[in-house]
Design a protein around this ligand. Structure first.
Ligand code: GRF
Length: 216
């Protein structure tokens, strides 16, 4: 029998992606426990949901620390109390230092609301509208020290409509995030991902494609 994996999820606000991961993990009975939800903001709405679900929560407020390094050290100590195999950034609005990222190499995921490598950084939906792109979306990726540039695991594209504003476009993207993020986390839980030269392969998908190629 496969060992259960411990998952820690970091949030800063609403936490709808965290919620999607918790729900899907339970519904699909992943071999994983979501052991803690940690926020850098005490008023993050997502903390309430986690508590209602009986998940441990913790707050490490970045404003209480004088430097990025000291905050990351404290955050890492709090995370590691829960002995995580996997750490998930779900709307966690902090840039992380290189030592922090290295500590969780290969087991730290993020979701970014654009089709990377387009629109790294903030205000992605507004910038997508301003650029006039016809397709927008979201990306799940491994986190590396290079902000929003880690190996890509999954992407979802949505159309940009003539009448869209930031809110309608964000909502369309978010609905897809709630599908692709749990899927990507599940792949990591099941040791189903490999990285080669910055490119991610989903092992079972590759196997299926190979079988299909053999048939056709
Ligand atoms: C999502 O759009 C995610 O891509 C971005 O921040 C937002 C978080 O939303 N990183 P939520 O807190 O998961 O509801």
């Amino acid at each position: 029998m496969r060992a259960m994996k411990n998952i820690v999820i970091l949030i800063s606000g609403r936490g709808s992606n965290m919620e999607a991961i918790v729900r899907t993990a339970r519904a699909e009975q992943w071999p994983a426990n979501i052991v803690a939800v940690i926020s850098n903001r005490a008023n993050a709405a997502g903390l309430n949901y986690a508590q209602q679900q009986g998940i441990a929560t913790a707050v490490v407020e970045n404003t209480a620390y004088p430097t990025r390094e000291s905050f990351d050290t404290a955050l890492q100590a709090t995370i590691d109390q829960f002995a995580p195999d996997i750490v998930i950034l779900a709307g966690f609005m902090r840039i992380l230092t290189a030592p922090f990222v290295a500590h969780y190499a290969g087991r730290l995921l993020n979701i970014h609301p654009s089709l990377l490598p387009s629109f790294t950084g903030l205000s992605t939906h507004r910038r997508a509208l301003e650029a006039g792109v016809k397709i927008h979306g979201s990306t799940v990726h491994f986190v590396t020290a290079d902000l929003d540039h880690g190996p890509i695991i999954a992407q979802a594209a949505v159309p940009v409509l003539e009448e869209d504003d930031e809110a309608t476009l964000a909502a369309r993207v978010l609905a897809q995030e709630h599908i692709i993020y749990p899927r990507a986390v599940r792949w990591l839980v099941e040791d189903n991902l490999s990285i080669d030269q910055g490119r991610v392969t989903v092992k079972t998908v590759k196997k299926t494609q190979k079988l299909q190629a053999e048939i056709t």
